[in-house]
Design a binder for this molecule. Structure first.
Ligand code: GAR
Length: 213
């Protein structure tokens, strides 16, 4: 099967990037990480990309705190298209993308989030889950739409919230599941198995070429 060219955007540690790289390099998924982009110069994600022989590019975000400057967002789009990226995977990328970015990759931008969406969108969600008193939390891979953490859900995984959990222990339990379901979700896309009907995502049978993706 032709490999799906994925561009990863990451702002920090990059453990989800590493899970995707590991699955790709081991041939478990029909995905090639074509380029890694970061808004943070010393993001460890960039080192991980370099170590895997994947182009790693830092593009400073400009003057805004929560989003990219529009001109800079155009640079991100240009770089991703220049590397032949078909799907953009946000992996701990801590900035909101404008519609122009989403329009450049229609229904092809995905994100991982450490809660069971639609519960607890936004930041510090493990603490929010504990403080709320939920007994179960988890991870969600979803398509990105213009709202925050609100697009159609591709895969979720559930973990228990234990009585003695701290945000850190819960985050670690969720992260194990993130590393499992993010490569799995990308493989569904690579294999052309995703059917999107309104908000509902279902996984159809694999095609032999993945070309229906
Ligand atoms: C992950 O837990 C990811 O789900 C979360 O940031 C962490 C990044 O870790 N993303 C969000 O909260 C996005 N709203 P990583 O850099 O080790 O992959």
């Amino acid at each position: 099967m032709e490999k799906l060219r994925v561009g990863v955007l990451a702002s920090g540690r990059g453990s989800n990037l590493q899970a995707i790289l590991d699955s790709s390099i081991a041939g478990r998924i029909d995905v090639e990480v074509a380029v890694v982009l970061s808004d943070v110069e010393d993001a460890y994600a960039l080192s991980r990309a370099g170590a895997a022989g994947v182009p790693a590019v830092h593009v400073p975000p400009g003057r805004f705190r929560t989003k990219l400057e529009p001109e800079i967002e155009k640079q991100y789009i240009g770089i991703l298209l220049g590397y032949g990226v078909e799907v953009v995977a946000l992996a701990g990328f801590m900035r909101i993308l404008h519609d122009d970015f989403l329009d450049a990759f229609p229904k092809k931008v995905v994100n991982i989030h450490p809660s069971l969406l639609p519960a607890f969108p936004g930041l510090n969600v493990q603490k929010k889950a504990i403080d709320y008193g939920v007994k179960w939390s988890g991870a969600t891979v979803h398509f990105v739409s213009s709202g925050v953490d609100s697009g159609p859900i591709i895969l979720q995984a559930v973990v228990p919230v234990l009585d003695d959990d701290t945000p850190e222990t819960l985050a670690a339990r969720i992260l194990v599941e993130e590393h499992r379901i993010y490569p799995e979700a990308l493989q569904l896309i690579a294999a052309g198995r995703i059917n999107l009907d309104g908000r509902r995502v279902t996984a159809g049978p694999a095609t032999t070429t993945g070309k229906s993706r």
